[in-house]
Design a protein around this ligand. Structure first.
Ligand SMILES: NC(=O)c1ccc[n+]([C@@H]2O[C@H](COP(=O)([O-])OP(=O)(O)OC[C@H]3O[C@@H](n4cnc5c(N)ncnc54)[C@H](OP(=O)(O)O)[C@@H]3O)[C@@H](O)[C@H]2O)c1
Length: 262
């Protein structure tokens, strides 16, 4: 299948590791020019070198960005526009909100999670629209299986990820006249640092080992294992590619069958 990604200009947030990095790597391998963005400059430099060495043929650039800072997002959009001249593809992503129950979280926790997991997506989409309204585009917002089924102990994710999906569904209507397709892709138990941290926290809470936590989760996953970031990235890259001409406003979970909801 021709993915039609050669020469496309892609902006991938939170791409110094984990899911964002895996998506950026596959876009670069398909010949897209990729702008990486997250907070840690050293990690971004290393990812840039890795992607260039893999040899997709496109450009790889980076911009140190804290997505909770409005001025960082403005600078990122400016730099991407200056270097690439266009933005065809956006992957909205960020760090995950902290775990916690309703009674354990403060106003500051709620405000920070809103800035990290909702407002950052709003601001980046606003920033790319002038480019995409000219010639169309593809957007994927990375969310969580909490859009389908609340996750115990993750009330901030359960609240804000559904909001991001609601926004994307609304935008799929508002942006369709410009040829902009926007979808929500939700990972479930993809083996990254984030999942290792959450498993470690659960192990400590329950007084069991991290291996036992993994075993408990694997029993709940029909495919019987955690996913790999590359498996998640393939689904995202399809939705971002020229092969996707008619899917917009959709919510796709990539979770080995873990979510039981229809
Ligand atoms: N893995 C899963 O199965 C899973 C499941 C459900 C939801 N998710 C969600 O998917 C997203 C990505 O997850 P992941 O597993 O790839 O996590 P990860 O391995 O922890 O990576 C998080 C990425 O976010 C960046 N980041 C964190 N805070 C940032 C900020 N304020 N500004 C800019 N970049 C920031 C980090 O880079 P720097 O530290 O360099 O900034 C890093 O590149 C998270 O929101 C996570 O909650 C993942």
């Amino acid at each position: 299948m021709d993915m039609g990604l050669q020469g496309k200009k892609a902006l991938v947030l939170a791409s110094s590791q984990g899911l964002g990095k895996a998506v950026a790597a596959q876009l670069a391998a398909e010949g897209a020019d990729v702008m990486l963005a997250s907070r840690n400059e050293e990690k971004l430099m290393a990812v840039k070198e890795e992607l260039l060495a893999a040899g997709g043929g496109g450009r790889v650039e980076f911009c140190v960005t804290d997505v909770t800072r409005k001025e960082d997002i403005e600078a990122l959009i400016r730099k991407t526009g200056e270097l690439f001249g266009q933005i065809d593809i956006l992957v909205n992503n960020s760090g995950g909100p902290p775990s916690g129950t309703f009674e354990s979280l403060t106003d500051e926790d709620w405000e920070h999670a809103f800035e990290l997991n909702v407002l950052s997506y709003v601001r980046v989409i606003r920033g790319v629209l002038p480019y995409m309204k000219e010639s169309g585009g593809h957007i994927v917002n990375i969310a969580s299986t909490s859009v389908k089924q609340p996750i115990p102990g993750l009330i901030l994710s359960n609240t804000f990820r559904t909001g991001v999906f609601g926004m994307a569904k609304t935008l799929s209507q508002e942006l369709a006249p410009y040829g902009i397709l926007i979808n929500t892709v939700s990972p479930g138990r993809i083996g990254t640092d984030r999942i290792r941290d959450l498993d470690a926290a659960r192990a400590e809470q329950n007084g069991i080992s991290i291996e036992e936590v993994g075993e408990q989760f694997r029993k709940e996953i029909p495919l019987g294992r955690y996913g790999q970031p590359e498996e998640f990235a393939k689904a995202v890259v399809f939705l971002l590619s020229g092969a996707n001409t008619y899917i917009t406003g959709a919510s796709l979970v990539v979770d080995g069958g873990m979510v039981r909801a229809l």
